[in-house]
Design a protein around this ligand. Structure first.
Ligand code: KG4
Ligand code: ZN
Length: 378
């Protein structure tokens, strides 16, 4: 049974994993750089590259150790994310993977980061001994860097991905992080806003639907972010709350807990967060389901997938689940650890390419921008 070592360094997680037969996770190590970037309220590309350089060797060693321990001879291939992502960050993983492949005489596979996120859905099924979701599928990939809708099919056993819509400006996770930063609620903002949203009234601030000309399956979150900013600017109470919270959290002298954040959020702030989250969730749900409807005249969609960091959002999962059920569709989503960036998803996505022996050679380059939908490995 083939074993693939996956390496992922496209953004702010240094990750390595060993996956056997595209279904058994022998190790899945993720070194998060959040503590480094938190100070700046967002990912700083130069710092990300530096941290990957520091982390990559121990992280890969730890993955091999946990998986067995395994020796290089126990592996069958090395799969590495080659794009899209931060150029310098990608380069660290790619260069290391190339050197390892050469030294250990293992074949190398270049994997698209979003193909990884999509295959996290498959991995979740397989590692629980469940069958792959029925195809064709509509897949919503929502993370800090991406908001994309794909149609996933597998004609003649080869996975194909058709881009149906994507964000024209901010990704959904980016909007979460920017709103959290505006409200002095730490970094990354998504998980915290998700928890605090449950304490507010989602109907308190009417943000209205996000309207776009052109492709109705495209997304845009920068207008919503600006609407949140306007709302704060026109409500002095909220501004005072932000200043108080910033001072109170800084004065703690330790990492704030959920209770700390809660204690320093007044009701209008919680209502604003709940309303923001409701607007994001409604928009993502509506467009994902519109993509399902849209496809009805081709082969009808058989399953709905959601993956990426924002797929960890409890309200989004509930909303997609409810709407999918109404259409008689099953929703598939990875467990939390496979939603956010990891290398198990990269090793899993590599398996079909491994079977077709789509080896990369020394010319494999890191690509900050890389469309999904072609054979990138050869
Ligand atoms: O997939 P990921 O780990 O990295 C990227 O490829 O971007 O996603 C990270 C993003 C961050 O923007 C974070 O705020 C968001 O996912 N996120 C969430 C939640 N958990 C993580 N957003 C909303 N609700 C959550 N529960
Ligand atoms: Zn990602």
């Amino acid at each position: 049974m083939p074993r693939i070592l996956g390496i992922e360094t496209s953004c702010d997680e240094t990750a390595a994993a060993v996956v056997e037969d595209g279904r058994r996770v022998l190790a899945n190590v993720v070194l998060s750089q959040v503590p480094v970037h938190r100070l700046y309220g967002g990912v700083v590309p130069e710092l990300a590259s530096r941290e990957h350089l520091r982390g990559i060797v121990p992280v890969v060693r730890q993955a091999l150790e946990q998986a067995g321990p395994l020796r290089w001879a126990d592996l069958d291939a090395i799969a590495v994310t080659c794009g899209p992502g931060l150029a310098g960050a990608l380069l660290v993983g790619l260069t290391y993977a190339k050197a390892l492949a050469l030294a250990a005489r293992l074949p190398l596979l270049g994997i698209h980061h979003l193909e990884g996120h999509l295959h996290a859905v498959l991995l979740e099924q397989r590692r629980n001994d469940r069958p792959d979701p029925p195809l064709p599928a509509v897949a919503l990939v929502v993370s800090g860097g991406h908001t994309q809708l794909y149609r996933v099919e597998r004609p003649n056993g080869v996975f194909t991905y058709r881009l149906l819509g994507q964000t024209r400006d901010d990704a959904a996770g980016e909007a979460y992080d920017k709103v959290a930063k505006l409200l002095a609620l730490g970094y990354p903002g998504g998980p915290l806003l998700d928890r605090l949203a449950g304490l507010g009234d989602a109907g308190a601030v009417a943000f209205g639907r996000i309207r776009l000309k052109g492709n109705p399956l495209d997304f845009s979150f920068s207008g919503l972010k600006t609407a949140v900013l306007r709302h704060v600017q026109t409500h002095p109470g909220l501004q005072a709350g932000i200043a108080d919270r910033r001072a109170a959290i800084a004065a703690l002298g330790r990492a704030p807990t959920l209770d700390d954040w809660r204690a320093h959020c007044d009701q209008p702030t919680l209502d604003l967060i709940a309303s923001f989250q409701a607007a994001v969730v409604a928009d993502l749900t509506q467009r994902a389901l519109a993509a399902v409807d849209d496809a009805a005249d081709a082969a009808p969609i058989a399953s709905l997938w959601v993956t990426g960091g924002v797929a960890a959002n409890s309200a989004l999962r509930r909303s997609l689940q409810a709407q999918a059920e109404r259409q008689g569709l099953e929703l598939f989503a990875p467990a939390l650890a496979l939603c956010t960036d990891n290398a198990a998803m990269i090793a899993t996505a590599a398996f079909p390419h491994f079977e077709r022996q789509e080896w990369a050679d020394a010319s494999l380059a890191a690509a900050a921008q890389l469309p999904l939908g072609m054979n990138i490995a050869s």
